[in-house]
Write a protein that binds this ligand. Structure first.
Ligand code: SAH
Length: 349
């Protein structure tokens, strides 16, 4: 029988499992602390538990850690790109950005992605599989081990669509933010989605005060359909209504991401339309100069143009910032490094 993946359980579930083993409930809290505060990698480390219990735990459970396959470090700003090798040989990537306000890790939620956005490298070979809770959690834990410092912010903006792996991502948020363990404030977690409307509503009903980042990238349905297949399923209106619903439930301001693609969605008309959409809303717009992907035929708008685009939003009283490019010297677009490494590994096999 395969062992249970102990890092994928929240405290309540662990308490139940420990009670079922005939132990008292408070043992679960001790074990949870060992796992998520002390970061024990073996049950033998858990010195306040009896030897017999440690042995029993070791027979029943496994503490999975992510293996770092490679790290690229930016000489410009210290950004670190990590590649992790999973048990089944698949590769995922995470990025650590050392901002003034603390270390931020951009985490993957799936190996690959099935959403098919035309400008995105993560989706080129489709979805391999959902990541497990411990694989999502293991990314920032491995980064913390590597840098010897705490990660203060998590952005679920790596490969994958977090709301397409809904249950594991919700469980991940529960585990990483538990104040009996790692205790990362949910307010320091940003979840980025291409706009899966029913799941946004489900997230709103759960009520976690995370920040939702909505990948809008267009101001009309026709343009959005050209670059994001999900737009065939949900209209911009439906997506924005779901965001309003989330705001009404959690009080958390939604961030809208708008990647500027020259000649596709970056005209001043688009800027005005964006201004009309958001002028009255309590939200924030993140303008992202598109990161050109080799396999995709899109180019970046020039700096001056992006600044003028932003100025129009300003006139419409929309708070907008242009995302600063981090780790320019190690930057492939999101998912590109994973693809390159996977094809190299495939070539070796
Ligand atoms: N599936 C989630 C998370 C994906 S990546 C989502 O769609 O939001 C996080 C952000 O980067 C998204 O806004 C995504 O649209 C954007 N993105 C992906 N590839 C990009 C590229 N090549 N250049 C600029 N932004 C990109």
């Amino acid at each position: 029988m395969s062992k249970l993946d102990i890092l994928s359980y929240n405290l309540e579930q662990l308490e139940k499992l420990i009670l079922d083993m005939g132990q008292s409930k408070f043992r679960a809290k001790q074990i949870f602390r060992w796992l998520h505060i002390d970061r024990a990698t073996s049950f033998d480390d858990m010195t306040n538990l009896s030897k017999d219990l440690r042995k029993e735990l070791d027979e029943k459970f496994e503490i999975k850690t992510l293996e770092i396959y490679d790290v690229l470090v930016s000489k410009i700003d210290g950004t670190r790109k990590y590649l992790f090798k999973l048990e089944d040989g698949d590769i995922i990537e995470s990025v650590m950005m050392p901002y003034d306000h603390g270390n931020t890790v951009c985490v993957s939620s799936q190996a690959g992605c099935r959403m098919g956005c035309k400008f995105c490298a993560s989706t080129i070979n489709g979805l391999d599989r959902n990541l497990t809770v411990s694989e999502i959690l293991g990314q920032s834990y491995a980064v913390e081990r590597d840098i010897g410092d705490r990660v203060n912010h998590i952005v679920l903006m790596g490969s994958g669509e977090p709301l397409d792996n809904f249950d594991n991502v919700m469980q991940y948020i529960r585990v990483i933010s538990d104040d009996n363990g790692n205790n990362l404030s949910k307010r320091n977690i940003t979840l980025s989605t291409c706009g899966l409307v029913p799941q946004i509503k489900k997230l709103a009903d759960i009520g976690f005060p995370v920040t939702l980042a909505l990948s809008l990238h267009a101001t009309d349905d026709e343009t959005r359909k050209q670059i994001m297949p999900i737009a065939h399923k949900y209209s911009i209106k439906e997506v924005l209504d779901a965001c309003d619903y989330l705001f009404s439930k959690t009080g958390r301001r939604v961030t809208f991401e708008y990647s500027l693609i020259a000649g596709v969605n970056d005209s001043f008309e688009h800027a005005k339309k964006l201004g009309q959409l958001f002028g009255m809303k309590n939200c924030h717009v993140n303008l992202i100069p598109i990161n050109p992907v080799e396999e995709r035929d899109f180019t970046q708008s020039n700096k001056q143009h992006i600044e003028e685009f932003r100025a129009i939003l300003d006139q419409c009283h929309v708070k907008a910032t242009v995302r600063r490019e981090m780790g320019r010297d190690i930057n492939g677009a999101c998912g590109q490094l994973r693809n390159d490494t996977k094809s190299k590994l495939g070539g070796e096999a």
